[in-house]
Design a protein around this ligand. Sequence first.
Ligand code: GLU
Length: 475
Amino acid sequence: MRTRFAPSPTGYIHLGALRTALFGYLLAKKMGGVFVLRIEDTDQERLVADAAEKIYEALRIAGIAYDEGPDVGGDYGPYVQSMRKSDYLKYAKQLVANGAAYHCFCDKARLDDLPEGYDRHCLALPPETIEKNLAQGAPYVIRQLIPKGHTTFVDQVFGEITVDNAELEDQVLIKSDGMPTYNFANVVDDHLMKITHVIRGSEFLTSTPKYNLLYQALGWDIPTYIHLPLILREGGGKLSKRHGDAFFEDFLAKGFLPEAVVNYVVLLGWSPPDNREIYSLTELAQIFSIDGISKSPSAFDMAKLRWVNGEYLKAMDFDRFYRLAEGHMANAVKKPDVDRVALAKMVQSRVAALDDIPEMLDFIDTLPDYDTALYIHKKSKCDEAIARDMLGKIAPKLAELAENSWNGSDLYKFLTDFAENAGLKNSQVLWPMRVALSGKAATPGGSSDLLAILGKTESVCRIETALEKLGARQP
Ligand code: GLU
């Protein structure tokens, strides 16, 4: 088996393209095959500087290693289409000689005037006229001559597809600058590079009959096709640059882990054989199969990506997490005496994306102003009166607590012992304590973690502020 990823270097890597690359890679790995990277840069107008380098870099970050490609070599290169111009011209000429393609000299003004599709004006040109035009160096394109009849093929995902050839246009194969169109180059290269399985987005499904007619006209085997379903935005529409949800690099910039994005993207349109959702690329390369690919569009789900990312963050070894989180923590917490390691440990168990860290920790340096209605929490069986009474009683005890008990586990025991002695539920102590220390309903750690991180003086001071707010103290 030989598969390929054939991106056009037009910028960053779209999530759909990343998925195409992943599926091609995983299938080749699973079958002990070869995965090829080919740069499709024949549309010179759409080229973006450094885009090929961006592709190499993105694939490296994603962990997708290709066996053959522009920067690693291989037997069927060069793997950059603009460097293979003569190959395409040679086969286009062969098609012309076989009657499966023809020269077209129509100018833009004439083409623009045509109401629908090309009208085959140049198909009727006498051979002498064609000879004369070519000899005079008149600009021309080479068009595919679509024969009458029907074209049928079987896609591994979408099943059997039949089109009436009358619906297919005599598409351009070689442009007037001598470059092939994508539509021609992909056929020639997939053949020359011995690609057995063509994996790409379903937007190419409608063009595939035209490619098949080219394979037939050149006497070549048609590869196996695996077209992938669309990826839609939550709420419909395409993933887009404007929404910041289109490119792999966008997610990396937002602090998502490459391995989490990769894991998530593989699940878009492919269902694993068991019910797990977290897989390393190595595991995926053992279990991936065409059977699990669905033909219905898959919707991008940010909450799910965040969940997957959070699973990777929780599972990663603490040193790596610390290195990744350090900068984000430094943005939020400037106080020098805060224990960064304790802070990172607290955050690691709760964070879904590194980018969330500053907001998670925004209460550490300064207590935000908050509404005492926060003390009302049904599930914890807590209200303002309970909070006032509880905080009033616990404050002096906390102030007296020995410094060597000022750590997460001892503090937790202290809080729950206090609840028991006071005849309160744990939640009736933990909830108001969290609010008093953070001014927030959700914090990365529990009350005892917050006490440990803030330290005795700051914690007691925040509880005093709470008591003032709750009307138990004169401000
Ligand atoms: N160059 C095409 C693209 O980037 C690739 C399509 C294919 O895989 O055949 O959209």
